[in-house]
Design a protein around this ligand. Structure first.
Ligand SMILES: Cc1cc2nc3c(=O)[nH]c(=O)nc-3n(C[C@H](O)[C@H](O)[C@H](O)COP(=O)(O)O)c2cc1C
Length: 149
């Protein structure tokens, strides 16, 4: 699947993100605030965001959103926009591991959880919770039964 939000990733630059978080905290200081991260950021940028999340006392992070990397998709079936599902799984887990080593904040894992094995991989990589999107679209509630079995 390929959603498309222009300039979404530019908003994760540390200064831009700090401004968004501070503005949101001025409006809402009650509901837990989590930041969802793109898998296309550099490892240093990921560690930067983890430290910002701690200094801003966020409730947690979500790793990850869709990717701009379409190299796993055959050219004739490729589309524009962020890529979700199986091709995202490995990078998304790598990002989760980097964040886990950089912060003790709760992390929700999202990205390529198409079966129970992938959910287990995320939990072993340090996720506090998992979020299903593409896997749920293709497999429905059966996927949840498999994961909790
Ligand atoms: C059609 C579509 C729309 C999405 N819209 C949003 C959105 O509005 N906000 C958001 O945080 N993530 C959005 N995502 C990202 C998903 O929540 C999820 O993080 C991402 O697809 C990776 O998980 P998956 O591989 O299980 O799909 C969207 C994904 C898809 C495929």
């Amino acid at each position: 699947m390929a959603p498309n939000t222009p300039n979404l990733r530019a908003l994760q630059d540390r200064d831009a993100l700090a401004e968004i978080i501070r503005t949101l905290k001025r409006i809402n200081n009650i509901k837990p605030l989590l930041v969802k991260i793109a898998p296309d950021l550099t490892d240093d940028a990921l560690r930067d965001i983890a430290s910002l999340a701690e200094s801003e006392h966020l409730a947690g992070l979500i790793a990850t959103n869709t990717t701009l990397d379409h190299s796993a998709v055959p050219k004739d079936s490729d589309q524009q926009g962020g890529l979700s599902g199986q091709p995202l799984r490995q990078r998304s887990t790598d990002v989760l591991r980097i964040l886990r080593s950089a912060t003790k904040l709760p992390i929700i894992a999202s990205g390529g959880i198409m079966d129970a094995t992938a959910a287990q991989e995320k939990l072993e990589a340090g996720a506090s919770l998992v979020q299903l999107y593409t896997g749920f679209v293709y497999k429905g509630p059966e996927l949840i039964r498999d994961i909790v079995a």
